[in-house]
Design a protein around this ligand. Structure first.
Ligand code: ATR
Length: 292
């Protein structure tokens, strides 16, 4: 593809941005689909005020769309013209889509996690779910579980107060009582059932690859499927513990793939085929040095 007068620009605002895989995802998509589009990282320092200036500047420069990463997913809310209802509930935005007069905010992280799970045959409806953690990722996941009508969602966190706060907010906003907060150390009192577990803490992230929040084999025997939102490393201790106890385990790289694909679809008003998604995923795995 030639960069010329018609090239559209998309980008990523965050701090830091050096290690992101998003340029690989979007530039490969543009190449595969023969779109005249480039995607670049924009290091954005500061807080809400600076992010607002960056978003206004992006609009003035006719930038088609932006991704937003840490620490700006909440800072960016004040700079938006509109918000998708799911992003509004979660109060975190990672994708900006150009509309007349500004940008509309979406949370494709959570939409991506949903699509990744479904692509692996994991469905939330009627499921008994364990969520480990009560930070941004767990909160978004709890909203998704409520939205998809999970049976029960046990939200386990080291700091119980945070779990209680998240559970209360999700139940209230979703008109349900399915989210149950628990202290992480009380995991033995989980009901005697088989669960889908989603690991949403930062524990086990590179370079602490030998760590997990729980090591007890009895806990892992209750898990039929374990999903770790971490993808660096691609085989976390949590995943290994799930597999050793007989469950299926997945890492978070597909979530990253689909959050990018959904953003790209929103920017370009089209649908990316599964065949193209597979090609992008292969490139991502090569970049990460993952074999399977
Ligand atoms: P994110 O936005 O990626 O979810 P976060 O908001 O920083 O990240 O949340 C990190 C989560 O990992 C929290 O639930 C945190 O537990 P606390 O609320 O008790 O801090 C959890 N976490 C981090 N380190 C942990 C550890 N060593 N053991 C147990 N939980 C841990």
């Amino acid at each position: 593809m030639k960069i010329n007068g018609k090239t559209r620009v998309c980008g990523l605002i965050g701090n830091p941005v050096e290690h992101t895989l998003s340029p690989l995802i979007h530039n490969t998509l543009a190449e595969q689909l023969s779109h005249n589009l480039v995607y670049v990282p924009f290091l954005t320092e500061g807080g809400e005020k600076e992010v607002k200036r960056a978003v206004e500047g992006a609009y003035a420069l006719n930038i088609l769309g932006m991704n937003v990463t840490v620490p700006h997913k909440e800072h960016v809310l004040a700079a938006l013209k509109e918000m998708d209802p799911l992003a509004e509930k979660i109060k975190a935005v990672n994708t900006l889509v150009r509309i007349p007069g500004g940008y509309k905010g979406y949370n494709t992280d959570i939409m991506g996690l949903h699509r990744a799970m479904e692509s692996e045959g994991i469905y939330l409806e009627g499921e008994n779910v364990i969520l480990l953690g009560a930070g941004g990722a767990a909160r978004a996941m709890a909203f998704l579980c409520a939205e998809c009508k999970a049976e029960k969602v046990y939200l386990l966190n080291r700091t119980y107060e945070k779990a209680a706060q998240v559970a209360d907010e999700v139940n209230r906003k979703s008109g349900t009582d399915c989210v149950i907060p628990m202290d992480l150390s009380d995991y033995r009192s989980l009901p005697d059932k088989r669960f889908l577990a989603v690991q949403c803490t930062s524990v086990g992230l590179y370079p602490d690859t030998e760590k997990a929040v729980i090591y007890d084999e009895a806990f892992y025997r209750k898990i039929h499927t374990g999903y770790d939102v971490i993808y660096r490393p691609a085989n976390t201790r949590f995943m290994r513990l799930v597999e050793e106890a007989g469950g299926r385990a997945y890492h978070g790289l597909k979530m990253l793939l689909y959050q990018g694909i959904i953003a790209y679809e929103l920017w370009n008003g089209m649908k990316v085929s599964e065949e193209t998604a597979e090609k992008i995923y292969k490139r991502m795995k090569e970049e990460m040095g993952i074999e399977a």
